[in-house]
Design a protein around this ligand. Structure first.
Ligand code: TMP
Length: 223
């Protein structure tokens, strides 16, 4: 059985990451991988219920962080870990980097508390040697876009949720949070310049997956 691969997509709202999921899934499947496509908050019935609350209800940052991590716990145990154990590719729209970016940088919530929750939810304490290890994505594609451009792209697209209706200053902080996460873990993060055209962005995505060994080169699959 080949090893599971945990791939995540991140970026501020309006950065365009989700529009590349279909093509990524098709490409990975064309190379013989079984793909579990999922998202956060969400991915299980319970976590999708919590998503509705997180995205629509006003709440303080601690409550928001607890609900995000509660949804993640269910998602990790029910979907992500079993899929990785089977050797599948988990293609996940957002994961814990979003919590550090949105709740941590955006809302200004205590990153130490987030790290503690992360350890509780993603800690792998099966053996003593494993105690310090965290479940983390193998590759994170970070769609980096200026908040002003993202806001223009979002304007009028659909009824904004609680986060999408935040002012541009909020997204400046979220973007800075992503930049800090990427700088701290350059091995895992790949920066995608999301200001380019959709096709150019796709070419960056494909090249990044090839460079990181997630895809064989020159597949010939078009979108
Ligand atoms: P989506 O629109 O990309 O599906 O993401 C849902 C929203 O939830 C998005 O505005 C970011 C936010 N979010 C958090 O605030 N914290 C998190 O941990 C996650 C996963 C998402």
């Amino acid at each position: 059985m080949s090893e599971g691969l945990f791939l995540t997509l991140e970026g501020i709202d309006g950065a365009g990451k989700s529009s590349h999921l279909d093509a990524m899934e098709a490409l990975l499947k064309a190379q013989g991988r079984t793909v579990v496509r999922t998202r956060e908050p969400g991915g299980t019935p319970l976590a999708e219920t919590l998503r509705g609350l997180i995205l629509e209800q006003p709440m303080d940052p601690l409550t928001e962080s607890l609900l995000v991590f509660a949804a993640r716990r269910d998602h990790v145990t029910q979907i992500i870990e079993p899929a990785l154990a089977r050797g599948d590719v988990v293609l996940c729209d957002r994961f814990t980097d979003a919590t550090f970016a949105y709740q941590g940088s955006g809302r200004g919530f205590d990153a130490q508390v987030l790290s503690t929750l992360e350890q509780w939810v993603q800690g792998r304490a099966d053996t003593a040697a494993d105690a310090a290890r965290l479940l983390q994505p193998h590759i994170t594609l970070w769609f980096d876009l200026a908040p002003e451009i993202a806001a223009q792209r979002l304007a009028g697209a659909r009824l904004p949720d609680k986060f999408e209706s935040q002012p541009v200053e909020f997204f400046r902080r979220v973007a800075a949070g992503y930049a800090a996460r990427a700088a701290a873990d350059a091995q895992r993060f790949v920066r995608i310049d999301a200001s380019q055209t959709r096709d150019q962005v796709w070419q960056q995505v494909e090249a990044a997956l090839v460079a990181r060994g997630a895809l064989a080169p020159a597949t010939g699959v078009t979108r």
